[in-house]
Design a protein around this ligand. Structure first.
Ligand code: PEP
Ligand code: MG
Length: 595
């Protein structure tokens, strides 16, 4: 939605996902489907040149695929690398080559135009066939054609966001978590995307990097042009084009108020997260890389409640070795000692993929080959990670947790592998932790229903509300079109959180929340009242949550939770929790809008 004022100022509204205000020139990234290739008529004399270009593009593509295949083979083994054999076969397909050659001669057009036309026809025909094997060949065909086309057009992987020349606000149709992870904070003032949601890993990464961001802006990437001047408001989800002096002045005031609030929040930096009536909670931080230790310490968190280790694996040419992982885990554990660091084992899949490895395309990636499911099949990768964690745990207060546990079987299999790794390390004479506390993420409804059985076998639960909400309500956490249905205070979610905390308490283990709900001040009273013992949020959000906890009465939170457990309305539960939060710490909320 856009509002245009008389003076040329224009406001686009989306979903705010990472706080902060920035202003500057915008840089619009290409949409992935912006490969429209114009038809250009050529003379007869130009055709041999086009055939040569086509051959060169095939050769270049072949070299690239062989290179990737070699790297994957080194890192993951020959079996995984064999998927590229199918890609190489596409390059040698005589019918395809023949058709493109004839098309160039017959229509007198460029190699890219001819190839694009033929490849599209091939892919469409294969995709429409009922046979699963042939449908998969359509995906191979698309992958390879994309590469050939990029080579014919002389394009590389798009703009390299690691090496931008000047500070800018990035506008893009979408940004993958792996692309977001490499954004250079000095050059990327903020970003806005057409699609996305608050709990996507792209949004989570933006908060972690403290880059102001907005998602769900509709078709901003089509409307806007590189070089336009804009102000991005990550508090309220507004992108203001050509801001007037008055707007800039108002935003200047908003930023000043936020800075002074943050300074005030620092007062409680070394204070515990204890309610007015003396109930103590643990407040931890979520991190994506070992280098985040400084941010954790500066936030006043009591340790790390969730270390998302997948970012050690993505954006690189080969998998991290056991030694590299050991160094990373050791680094964070020693920096934060004696506080706990909960390392979550690899959660690849869903919206996070290794950029160098082609994980098969899935119809429902969030329901597919993800997290513990991936690790229990790719045992070598899992084994290296578990060994690195066991070794690092000698040097600090490390705990381990598994993502996406759906039932007892996966937990038992994973625990058995930990024991095998420990035995191996001992046999090799390598120091490793004799005791390591292991917990399970509770983020699938079946895990809540099996929580009593799981609780007997773990030392803690950590509720991943981002996934628990999407799986319970059947609402894709990435899809802005159904973001209104993604309701953290849905009565079903409230009950599942309570059931988990109760099951944990009955077995004497603690329960935390490490999903994005834990960083939402308006939901803090509800979570505390439902019986969770720990909250873990992005370091930038920790001071707010602590400030609020120290102004809440646990008895009020319990009353609120009792009300919520009887309520039939998500809106009503949210309103009551928000009311309690605002009443208890009004100062936290008064600076959100510019006026
Ligand atoms: C969650 O699902 O709430 C969670 C913390 O894990 P992730 O966001 O990485 O899926
Ligand atoms: Mg999750």
């Amino acid at each position: 939605m856009a509002d245009v004022a008389h003076d040329g100022e224009k406001v686009l509204r989306g979903i705010p996902v990472s706080a902060g205000v920035c202003r500057g020139k915008i840089l619009v990234l290409d949409r992935p489907d912006d490969t429209s290739i114009p038809r250009r008529e050529l003379s007869e004399a130009e055709l041999p040149g086009q055939l040569r270009r086509f051959e060169q593009a095939l050769t270049e593509t072949r070299h690239q695929i062989l290179e990737v295949q070699g790297k994957v083979s080194q890192g993951m083994g020959a079996q995984d690398a064999s998927i590229f054999d199918a890609h190489l076969l596409v390059l040698e397909d005589p019918t395809l080559i023949d058709e493109v050659t004839k098309f160039i001669h017959r229509e007198k057009v460029t190699a890219e135009y001819a190839f694009h036309q033929v490849a599209e026809k091939y892919s469409a025909t294969l995709a429409a066939i009922a046979d699963e094997y042939l449908r998969e060949r359509a995906a191979d065909m698309r992958d390879v054609s994309e590469r050939i086309l990029q080579n014919l057009l002389g394009r590389r992987e798009g703009i390299d966001l690691r090496h931008l020349q000047e500070p800018c606000i990035i506008i893009s149709h979408d940004l993958t978590p792996s692309r977001t992870a490499v954004l250079d904070k000095k050059m990327v003032l903020g970003f806005a995307t057409d699609v996305g949601s608050k709990t996507s890993h792209t949004a989570i990464m933006a908060r972690s990097l403290r880059i102001p961001a907005i998602v769900g802006l509709g078709d901003a990437s089509r409307q806007l042009h590189t070089g336009q001047y804009a102000l991005l408001d990550g508090y309220n989800g507004q992108l203001v084009l050509n801001p007037t002096d008055q707007t800039l002045f108002e935003y200047g005031q908003l930023v000043r108020k936020q800075v002074s609030l943050e300074e005030k929040l620092r007062d409680a930096y070394d204070q515990p997260a204890v309610t007015l009536d003396g109930v103590r909670f643990t407040l931890s931080a979520n991190i994506e890389q070992a280098a985040d230790a400084e941010a954790v310490l500066a936030s006043g968190a009591e340790g790390v409640g969730l270390f998302r280790t997948e970012y050690l694996f993505i954006n690189r040419d080969s998998l991290p070795t056991e030694e590299e992982q050991y160094q990373a885990y050791r680094q964070i554990a020693t920096a934060l000692k004696p506080s706990a660091v909960i390392i979550r084992t690899l959660d690849l899949g869903g919206d996070k993929f290794l950029s160098h490895l082609q994980i098969p395309q899935e119809m429902n990636p969030f329901l597919g080959w993800r997290a513990i499911r991936y690790c229990l099949q790719e045992k070598e990768i899992f084994r290296h990670q578990l060994r690195a964690i066991l070794r690092a745990a000698v040097e600090g207060n490390i705990k381990l947790m598994y993502p996406m546990i759906s039932g007892l079987d996966e937990l038992n299999q994973a625990n058995a592998l930990v024991e095998t790794c420990r035995a191996e390390l001992r046999a090799e004479g390598i120091p490793c932790a004799a005791q390591l506390e292991i917990g399970a993420m509770i983020e699938i409804p079946s895990a809540v229903l099996a929580a009593d059985a799981l609780a007997k076998r773990v030392k803690f639960f950590s509720i991943g509300t981002n996934d628990l909400i999407q799986y319970t309500l059947a609402v894709d956490r990435l899809n802005e079109k159904i973001a209104h249905l993604y309701e953290p205070t849905h009565p079903a979610i409230v009950r599942l959180i309570k059931m988990t905390a109760d099951a944990g308490r009955a077995r004497g283990i603690w329960t935390g929340v490490c999903g994005e709900m834990a960083g939402e001040p308006v939901l803090t009273p509800l979570l505390l009242g439902l019986g969770v013992d720990e909250l873990s949020a992005a370091p930038s959000l920790v001071p707010r949550i602590k400030h609020l906890i120290r102004r809440l009465k646990f008895s009020d939170c319990k009353e609120l939770a009792a009300f919520a457990l009887k309520s039939e309305s998500a809106a009503e539960i949210l309103a009551r929790s928000e009311q309690l939060a605002r009443r208890s710490a009004p100062g936290l909320f008064e600076n959100e809008t510019k006026k």
